[in-house]
Ligand binder design. Structure first.
Ligand code: PRP
Length: 208
């Protein structure tokens, strides 16, 4: 039987996911010493771990090439997709917020506002909910630069500790949504590979 394949978001969520696997008693030697390898084995548990960028985790789960995924709610909210969201893993906690230059009155005036973000769908939905038309500028990293360079009136971005905002003279204007890591599962895997997949989900849920 092919191993159960878990797609794990590289970076921010990686460490906490490995900690979770260790709590389950899995042998995480390959995850600690991965080098440039992208598919890693947890040999004692018949699990294969695929390391991927957040949006790609969703793609692999949706296409059924991975059974279980660990991904942030931010990515789920931005990209959507068809899969089961099984549970909140309780780590990777942060929030989406609207932020900009400290002391600025974002809602003042009638001119169309420009929002810089890595998450255009979330920003669009947030302002649709307020009945506000906005212009979106898509930025790939360090979105905080946009208001500093006067490219945007505000940003919609992830805030974790708040230090990036603080160190750059910015502040939160409004909270948008809480974020944390989620366990997602391919819908077909739950039927085809029911026992093995459910077994892992139950183990994870029991220690999270
Ligand atoms: C995220 C986010 C903020 C920062 C917030 O960026 O976009 O820039 O973290 O964290 P803080 O509130 O703890 O300061 P990330 O580190 O993922 O890198 P990026 O800017 O390349 O997206």
């Amino acid at each position: 039987m092919r191993p159960v394949r878990i797609a794990l978001t590289k970076g921010r969520l990686e460490k906490d996911t490995v900690k979770l696997f260790e709590k389950l008693g899995y042998d995480c030697e390959q995850l600690h010493n991965k080098g440039r390898k992208l598919i890693l084995q947890i040999p004692d548990a018949n699990i294969e771990v695929v390391l991927a960028k957040a949006a790609d985790v969703i793609t692999y789960i949706e296409n059924g090439v991975c059974d279980i995924g660990v991904v942030g709610k931010d990515t789920i909210m931005e990209y959507g997709g068809s899969f089961f969201e099984v549970c909140d893993l309780g780590f990777g906690k942060c929030k989406f917020a609207l932020a900009g230059k400290k002391g600025a009155d974002f809602y003042a005036g009638h001119s169309e506002k420009t929002i810089a973000t890595k998450y255009p769908n979330i920003a669009r939905r947030f302002f649709n909910g307020k009945g506000m038309d906005i212009r979106i500028v898509k930025i790939e990293g360090s979105v905080e630069l946009a208001p500093l360079l006067s490219l945007a009136d505000a940003i919609v971005d992830i805030v974790e500790t708040g230090s990036t905002l603080k160190e750059n003279g910015l502040e939160v204007f409004e909270d948008i949504a809480p974020i944390s890591a989620r366990l997602i599962v391919n819908t077909a895997s739950l039927k085809m590979n029911k026992e093995a997949v459910e077994n892992i989900i139950n183990q994870i849920e029991s220690v999270k």
